[in-house]
Design a protein around this ligand. Sequence first.
Ligand SMILES: *Cc1c(COP(=O)(O)O)cnc(C)c1O
Length: 390
Amino acid sequence: MSYGSYRYTKAEVDLDKITFNFKSMQNHISAGTQLMAVIKADAYGHGAVEVARHLEKQGVDYLAVAVMDEAIELRSAGITCPILLLSPIEPDTIPTAVRWDITLTIFSERIAAAVQAFARITKKTVKVHVKVDTGMGRIGARTEEETLRLCQLLNADNIFCEGIFTHFAEAENTADPSFTKKQFKAFIGTVDYLQDKGFNFSLRHCSNTAAAMLYPEFDLDMIRTGISLFGYHPDPALKQLLDLKPALTLTTHAAMIKSVPAGQTIGYGRTYKTEKEETIATLLLGYADGIPRELSNRWYLTSKKHKASIVGRICMDQLMVNVTDIPDFSYEDELVFIGDPDKGHPSIYTMADLTDSFHYEILCGIGKRIPRVYTKGEAVKAKQNVLLDR
Ligand SMILES: *Cc1c(COP(=O)(O)O)cnc(C)c1O
């Protein structure tokens, strides 16, 4: 719901970085393994339509989303790449999914039966992937027999059983990979069991980003990656496995700069008191934009390689920073809330630790009212202090 940008706050997404990350991941996985780009939750906050269009141009094999609205959003924008709906579909919306050519995840007998009935009655083709629960405990058939039962229900005219997949619960746990290996073994066991019964799938997939980074032997026909495309590792401990570049930079400019005498308080609840005369800047950025309120008095933005500490409680739409020690700080100076840690910007990994959160959650939480601005590389980077009226 952003109509342009009427404040100096924007999330700039560098599509060249996404290309770099996509290629980095593609080079990492086995030749012949396809890549499914998981762009649920508005492409982890980066904007699903733009990211999908861009990845389609790069030759991505498959896209995945979580909910039907996300799939329809992509199709309405003209995305023609296959799209898998990862999360449970509601039986009533099967016709909608088929109308928009969305591949469904079959995770229970109830859904398999509903799909079978739909295909029989309408004679329309339904494309499906069967989900096996090997230890995530979320959705999927939990035994070989249960999975076979799903396949038998789906073994009908007009149903195309294209894929079978499972999801790891802790693939990033390098200290103890035993559960991940057990899940893989169970998945392969099920696939073999089904093959013996005459059920074959052209797309067998299990690896998310962490597994794709750590276990090339699990690649099979396709891997599913989300976080890597945006330049982050599932866990910072996996950094050395693959070079990635953060694609999003969340920046703003001061809306008011003032000098505050010593001993005065800043913000709700008066949690910060100036120690001496301090220069305080007010920014048009708040917890409604996805800035965790727990960061009040505990975090910073960067400007000209200096830290601007958040002082006082973060408000819904504004926050205040101490810019006393930033030389010649002015309204022209950009302040960065999310950026590339290698360039000295705040790290969302540390931010997540500090707020008992998760870096995925911080990216997804970037408010809808912050305009996403797409750039290609540094060269075309828009002049910083310009309002973008689109
Ligand atoms: C979200 C999700 C993924 C992608 O996870 P990343 O850690 O971003 O790679 C893969 N598979 C399923 C089933 C998911 O829900």
